[in-house]
Design a protein around this ligand. Structure first.
Ligand SMILES: Nc1ncnc2c1ncn2[C@@H]1O[C@H](COP(=O)(O)OP(=O)(O)OP(=O)(O)O)[C@@H](O)[C@H]1O
Length: 241
């Protein structure tokens, strides 16, 4: 398997408080990883650092052998837009644009208008939102917004998608549909996904759980068909969840 993302010895403090303490991890192409851990463990900070949204104090992050800290701000912004997709708890769709235009804005960064339009329609079809593509975000349910945000993240075929609590603002039915969509994206569209979640059910869709505590990795659990929710709960409680 090809390792597409490497984080090596990542350290990060806010003020004098250490938040990430020597984190190293590799992400293989095609993996679907959940980062879990108690509130304040540093999960979002880790996601932000390895996706170039925030800068670690020390350590290296390489995506496809490109070292993020060696890039100028401008190059990093363009590299992120072309190679990474982002999904947030609060969706972050542009409210004054239709769903379709939300996807096209991202598509135009890397493709011709006609190719972007074709890809946007294709992705909206895959996440079952073609019938509402001209709706504005305020006209969509939370689950529809998040599936739209997933489609947006996939425009331009990113190498990796980062999701921070993608089901955090959704009820359980909408959350299930979003996780099924992310699983489809991972398995059928062969996209690597790294997700932060508090939700055990959401984590059960992944193939690996990394447990973070006080800014360190305490262990990980590989999930396969033999594992179920009670195995995940046992792993989490053993780590101090
Ligand atoms: N910009 C910031 N400035 C100062 N402290 C911060 C900042 N961002 C996060 N922190 C602190 O860093 C610690 C880790 O925060 P982080 O959001 O990474 O944790 P988390 O594991 O994602 O928590 P949660 O599950 O509650 O979202 C917390 O104590 C938080 O208060």
């Amino acid at each position: 398997m090809t390792i597409i993302l490497k984080a090596q010895n990542i350290n990060k403090k806010y003020g004098r408080t250490p938040i990430l303490n020597g984190i190293s991890l590799n992400v293989e192409e095609g993996q679907f990883i959940a980062i879990m851990g108690n509130s304040g463990a540093g999960k979002s900070t880790l996601l932000n650092c390895i996706s170039g949204m925030d800068q670690p104090d020390s350590g290296k992050i390489l995506l496809l052998d490109n070292e993020l800290s060696r890039m100028s701000n401008r190059d990093l912004a363009s590299f992120r837009a072309k190679n990474m997709g982002f999904i947030f708890q609060d969706f972050r769709l542009l409210e004054d644009m239709s769903l379709l235009d939300n996807l096209l804005v991202r598509g135009y960064l890397k493709q011709s208008k006609s190719d972007a339009l074709k890809q946007a329609n294709d992705l909206l079809d895959k996440v079952q939102l073609l019938n509402v593509k001209n709706h504005y975000p305020s006209q969509l349910s939370g689950g529809q917004k998040q599936r739209g945000a997933i489609a947006r993240a996939l425009m331009n075929n990113p190498e990796i998608v980062f999701a921070d609590e993608p089901t955090g603002a959704l009820n359980s039915a909408a959350g299930k549909q979003v996780m099924e969509t992310l699983k489809f994206v991972n398995v059928e569209l062969k996209t690597t996904v790294l997700m932060v979640t508090h939700d055990v059910r959401s984590a059960s869709y992944c193939d690996q759980i990394i447990y973070l505590s006080d800014g360190k990795i305490l262990g990980n659990l590989t999930l396969d068909y033999s594992k179920n929710i009670s195995d995940i709960n046992a792993f989490l409680s053993q780590k101090g969840w």
